[in-house]
Write a protein of this length. Structure first.
Length: 398
């Protein structure tokens, strides 16, 4: 019995070194990255710090202000680096309420420079709360900011500069949180599709092996029983049954080899998909036909052309230092008959001279076996490989 476990979104991003908003970082690298990202935005607390230093407050007010600011920042960092899993609405909402209350107390006690704390409350609510909550907490925090502006002397001068960042920052963090959640879901869906495809391939292999060997093994079993019963009295007839068993075994072996060859034979659509993945992973812009309309090709010719595409893309990824790779499939009418031409072109530093290594030599032999041909040329602008195969199987005389 197969037991399928559900992967946490934070674990899905952990393999890529990413940190989910509102989730605890895992490992030293994620902790450093998230600390740097959060620490950058703490620079906007320069106004409250400057007010503490040169705002003309008494020693007691400065001490209480410094203590309140330290408590606000600590609560903010705990909320951003929160470890609650799964989401605990009551805990996060309580934390946001404490931060908003502390910000209100500091603003009323020390002045307008402390209104910037509400921007942090808004951003924290967008980062730590799902959209069904942040759609209310972000406007609520901004409304509280707007209500305090007329109460604080000179606060009207700060309204436009703080209200817009509070609204945009809060909703922006909510959007980033939603985007990350969607990305995690897409990755999980892609992994599920790949798993289903692998299961389907295993089922197909099982069905093919059953169809290939089921009848042959049943026949072998039956003839073996007959040969065993005939051997004492009719050795000549038993020998005939054993000869039949040998023929059935040989035919079953041929069928299995053909089936395995069919599984191993590359196809052009499959190689095009693999080429796109390999080029993208290498940081090379891939210009490939998405859904090419391929003409009818003999299996051997398609296999040779697919091998040529695989070898060409491998060379581009490993040796070319290219930034773009273009793949074209073109049908041409020649004097020798209709052909399908594969062109792989890159803008790497290949140079003018081309040395035929084992890869190009092997491709030349594969293409020649199906009546095709290969040409490769390097220029100052890159490298171009052309492989051609006939659209019709060559005659035995040819």
């Amino acid at each position: 019995m197969n037991v399928k476990t559900t992967r946490d979104p934070a674990d899905a991003l952990e393999s890529d070194g990413l940190v989910r908003i509102g989730a605890r970082p895992v490992g030293r690298r994620q902790t450093v990255v998230k600390s740097l990202w959060v620490g950058i935005w703490l620079l906007y607390l320069g106004a409250p710090v400057s007010d503490l230093v040169g705002g003309g407050h008494s020693v007691g007010a400065r001490a209480l202000g410094a203590l309140g600011l330290a408590g606000f920042v600590a609560w903010y960092l705990v909320l951003v680096f929160r470890t609650g899993r799964p989401f605990d609405a009551r805990r996060v909402l309580t934390s946001l309420g404490v931060m908003a209350g502390l910000a209100t107390l500091l603003v009323l006690s020390l002045g307008r420079e402390w209104l910037v704390l509400f921007v942090y409350v808004s951003i924290a609510s967008g980062a730590a709360l799902p959209s069904r909550y942040s759609r209310w907490t972000v406007p609520g925090t901004s409304a509280l900011l707007a209500l305090l502006v007329p109460v604080v002397p000179g606060g009207a001068d700060y309204l436009a500069g703080l209200l817009v960042p509070a609204l945009l920052g809060g909703f922006a963090m909510a959007g980033v949180r939603k985007l990350i959640a969607t990305t995690v879901e897409l990755r999980q869906a892609r992994a599920t599709v790949a798993e289903l495809a692998a299961n389907e391939e295993r089922l197909r292999l099982a069905r093919d092996l059953h169809d290939l060997l089921g009848h042959s093994l049943s026949l072998i079993t039956l003839k073996s029983e007959l040969a065993g019963r005939m051997l004492p009295d009719h050795p000549d007839r038993a020998a005939q049954q054993i000869s039949d068993i040998e023929q059935v075994c040989r035919q079953a072996l041929v069928d299995v080899r053909e089936a395995v060859s069919g599984y191993r034979r590359p196809t052009l659509p499959g190689e095009l998909a693999g080429a796109r993945t390999a080029l993208t992973a290498a940081g090379i812009a891939a210009d490939l036909p998405l859904d090419p309309e391929l003409p009818e090709l003999p299996e051997e010719a398609e296999s040779a052309l697919a091998w040529a595409l695989r070898e060409a893309v491998t060379n581009v990824v490993r040796h070319s230092s290219a930034r773009r790779c273009t793949v074209e499939l073109v049908s041409r009418n020649t004097l020798d008959g209709p052909e399908l031409e594969l062109v792989v072109r890159d803008d790497g530093s290949a140079g003018g001279a081309v040395q035929a290594g084992n890869g190009l030599t092997g491709l030349t032999e594969r293409l020649a076996a199906v009546g095709g041909r290969l040409s490769a040329a390097g220029t100052a602008k890159g490298f171009t490989l052309r492989a051609r195969v006939p659209l019709e199987a060559p005659s035995p005389d040819a």
